[in-house]
Design a protein around this ligand. Structure first.
Ligand code: ZN
Length: 278
């Protein structure tokens, strides 16, 4: 009862070993081709995951470029300053409540998509991204993981000049330029990772490791974020929460992303994304 959900040319597919299995074909049409529909029927998704070995391979993973595994969430939230060391490096006081912003869903791209730099102040932020399964309102923290379909990797690419252009700063625009939200490669059901609350998370630029943390260092953890957000707005299947980035972002040293930079984002048990800047 587990799955790795990918998006190949707009169609939901499950990962089995080194290949993909088309979800609609595997389920004889019981689950449609849209990855968003698959996330809205988590029982069917788990059942399909249990049968993935029976499916005919659709494509070898090595031969394809995947799209964002969650292509059209209704809402896409981000959390600022959610790691102690990152708040320290930013010389900002720890927030008393989660510092929530939105990444417009239109910024989301796949795990190998090019990041189109639009200014000289673009920065990387590797993050654990939570994908909501069964939605809801006023979700209790101790039930929060039951509302998670899975987790994936995200890059909260941030245009720092735009992020702080207004006073007081508002983060939404600077984090929502087109292509500034790579996610993937898969939505991984939480039973496939050892402990979703304590995963190694790293970001390399070229061959230099710039971020190296653990998700256990989150100030506001995943259950708290789900409880908090769902006390304000109803969470829907496929909604995304970028949970914040560990220390090591480029802005602290004035080293921003350059054309040709290769961003490699890795989280234990979830794989890696490789995005080239243009
Ligand atoms: Zn972020």
């Amino acid at each position: 009862m587990s799955f790795r959900l990918a998006n190949l040319d707009g169609r939901a597919a499950l990962v089995h070993g080194d290949h993909l299995v088309d979800l609609e074909t595997l389920t004889d049409g019981a689950v449609g081709p849209d990855p968003m529909a698959a996330l809205a029927d988590l029982d069917a998704l788990h059942a399909a995951g249990a049968r993935v070995a029976e499916g005919d391979p659709t494509a070898a993973l090595a031969d394809v470029e995947l799209d964002a595994p969650v292509p059209r969430p209704r809402n896409c939230f981000g959390v600022g300053l959610n790691y102690q060391a990152h708040a320290d490096e930013a010389s900002m006081d720890l927030p008393k409540a989660p510092l929530i912003f939105t990444k417009f869903p239109s910024c989301l791209v796949g795990p190998t998509a090019e990041v189109e730099l639009r200014s000289e102040t673009a920065d990387y932020e590797v993050e654990l991204v939570v994908v909501i399964g069964p939605g809801g309102r006023d979700i209790a923290a101790d039930a929060a993981w039951d509302h998670v379909a899975g987790v994936t990797i995200g890059q909260d690419i941030s245009d720092r000049a735009l992020q702080f252009a207004a006073k007081p700063p508002h983060f939404d625009l600077g984090k929502s330029r087109d292509t500034y939200g790579p996610i993937g490669p898969f939505v991984v059901s939480t039973d496939l990772v050892p402990d979703p609350a304590d995963l190694a998370i790293t970001c390399d630029i070229g061959d230099v490791r710039r971020q190296d943390g653990r998700t256990s260092d989150l100030i506001f953890d995943v259950p708290y974020l789900i409880s908090y957000l769902s006390s304000i707005t109803t969470l829907a299947p496929g909604d995304l929460i970028f949970t914040g980035t560990p220390e090591g972002v480029g802005a602290m040293e004035g080293r921003f992303l350059q054309p040709g930079d290769v961003i490699t984002s890795t989280i234990e048990g979830l794989g890696s994304m490789r995005n080239v800047c243009r």
